[in-house]
Design a protein around this ligand. Structure first.
Ligand code: HEC
Length: 167
């Protein structure tokens, strides 16, 4: 499992190093395992598109794998392992727990978590999911990866009413 993955990451990395412009050509088909976001973007939609790639492909350094239902081979651990179809439909954790879709989720933040007696920002929830869900190293709060994930999740909340969590 680890050897083919390493090769599939290495070949595009070499291409990117050798061919100027290959990075953007590859952005749409980033190999599973790693996605490097760029800090400079030309629009908010571009950031959200990068966020969608990170959501689907980035393992955040985790070596965890999972086997989707009805699949024969194991997949690397990403946000998409639990949040199905880019988070646009109901999700299922590998352990079988059902998750609501992430459409509209960003609009519910900041959110009070009764169990923690604390208010979570969307970023803190993402950090929690990377640590506890993916078992990877979370992106920094101000990193391009975090910004792109927030842009993507906020795009999924387009039109949702904010502030509903307040009395
Ligand atoms: C192993 C399964 C798993 C993975 C992988 C996972 N999550 Fe989650 N996610 C959950 C669970 C379970 C919840 C709800 C309960 C909780 O907060 O733990 C959740 C909740 C969320 C929420 C809050 C939804 C709401 O309505 O408040 C967001 C946003 C989210 N995840 C984003 C992500 C992102 C982004 C990634 C990838 C970096 C990710 N998740 C990876 C299991 C996962």
């Amino acid at each position: 499992m680890h050897r083919p993955l390493a090769a599939s990451v290495l070949v595009p990395a070499l291409l990117v190093a050798l061919l100027p412009g290959a990075a953007s050509a590859l952005a749409g088909t980033a190999p599973a395992g790693k996605f490097t976001a760029t800090a400079k973007v030309s629009s908010i939609d571009e950031a959200a598109a990068q966020g969608a790639q990170i959501f689907a492909n980035d393992t955040f350094g985790s070596k965890q794998t999972w086997v989707p239902p009805n699949a024969f081979s194991s997949h690397v651990m990403t946000c998409a392992a639990c949040h199905t179809d880019g988070g646009k439909t109901e999700g299922t954790t590998p352990a079988g727990a059902h998750l609501p879709s992430l459409i509209g989720a960003a609009a519910k933040y900041p959110k009070f978590k009764a169990k923690k007696q604390a208010v979570y920002t969307l970023e803190r929830q993402i950090v929690h999911c990377v640590r506890a869900g993916i078992m990877g190293k979370p992106p920094g709060y101000n990193s391009p990866e975090m910004i792109d994930l927030v842009a993507y999740l906020t795009q999924l909340s387009k039109g949702a009413t904010m502030g509903q969590q307040f009395k």
